[in-house]
Write a protein that binds this ligand. Structure first.
Ligand code: CDT
Length: 323
């Protein structure tokens, strides 16, 4: 067997005024809990260290810059403790954050990294490609905004799969991993580019508003109907794309009611290559969603009968390199 113990770290409401040390301590508690279950890899939400700031129109450049991380996220005072703890407990981490490149005119991205606890270093980085929402807020003052196009540039690193050697022994063959961020999960090309590289486990953190009529373009739904549709479509995306690409997936929500008014769906889950949910969040608060899965059952995606046999040789078609 090629057994992996993986977990989604769902995070509940995180308010605009919550301090970073407070949010960081919640993340470390989730890590400790996951480690106690024997987790080897934990996946945190998109923009996990803060509230989902792209919903606000922020004019003050100093305030805006405070929502991003600069330099090496594993060394920064405001984020370091998570990685130090991960190293201590031997759990790999996939975590999302707002990235501000250093230097004047530094670019901003909606980013996640894969941190390898064994080596204490970042193994892979992904920058979100599908940025939803608008540059300018909607005219309607009641509208819920998502100003990702204002605050981030589209990712420039492609959808690049990578091996995670620390998760399985050399004999078992290091699993092939891929990372997506939130809206990316709805688009088949994100998954297909990873699928063509033989991805075995896709990791995806998200912040999904349950009711945002201007964004979803659905003014006919009540908040309850909209929440139920948003949850359905989240699971549909994870299940269908895991199935068609014959891979496992782990999705981790920032969920709950931020600032008492902005509701985000839960639904963090682990899905198997048959498209079945094997573990799922029970609520909308901080919660570890744990699963032990066996990659060996499927013989690896690249040899799966559901993957076009020519796909591994065409892995450079989309500008991706398979390592
Ligand atoms: N964060 C993010 O990408 N959220 C989008 C919703 C944006 S429009 C309602 C998502 O796809 O879940």
């Amino acid at each position: 067997p090629r057994t992996l113990r993986i977990a989604a770290a769902q995070m509940g409401a995180t308010n605009r005024t919550d301090t970073r040390p407070h949010t960081l301590s919640r993340m470390i508690s989730l890590l400790d809990h996951a480690a106690s279950l024997g987790t080897q890899l934990i996946v945190y939400p998109e923009l996990a260290f803060t509230t989902f700031f792209p919903r606000y129109l922020i004019h003050d450049p100093t305030e805006l810059e405070s929502w991003y991380e600069r330099g090496d996220i594993t060394k920064n005072e405001e984020t370091k403790a998570l990685f130090d703890r991960a190293r201590e407990v031997g759990v790999d981490v996939c975590v999302g954050f707002g990235e501000s490149e250093e230097g004047p005119g530094g670019k901003h991205f909606n980013t996640c990294v894969y941190y390898c606890a064994k080596t204490g270093s970042i193994l892979a980085k992904y920058r979100k490609i599908h940025l939803p929402g608008t540059v300018e807020p909607f005219d309607d003052p009641k509208a819920i905004n998502q100003l990702e196009k204002r605050y981030f540039l589209p990712g420039d690193l492609g959808f690049e799969a990578f091996r995670a050697p620390s998760l399985l022994t050399e004999e078992e063959a290091a699993p092939i991993m891929g990372m997506l961020i939130c809206n990316d999960r709805r688009w088949s090309e994100s998954w297909r580019v990873l699928g063509l590289q033989g991805v075995e486990v896709v990791l995806c953190g998200y912040n999904t508003p349950s009711y945002a009529p201007h964004l979803w373009g659905r003014f006919d739904l009540s908040p309850t109907e909209s929440a139920s549709l948003a949850l359905f479509q989240h699971k549909l995306s994870m299940q269908a794309h895991s199935y068609t690409n014959a891979c496992y997936s782990v999705s981790a929500a920032r969920a709950g009611l931020d600032d008492g008014e902005f509701h985000l769906i839960g639904g963090s889950c682990v899905v198997d290559p048959e498209g079945r949910i094997v573990a799922e969040a029970k609520g909308e608060g901080d919660e570890v969603v744990f699963a032990e899965v066996d990659l060996g059952v499927y013989g690896g995606c690249r040899t799966s009968s559901r993957v076009n046999p020519s796909s591994s040789s065409s892995s450079t078609l989309y500008g991706c390199t398979f390592r």
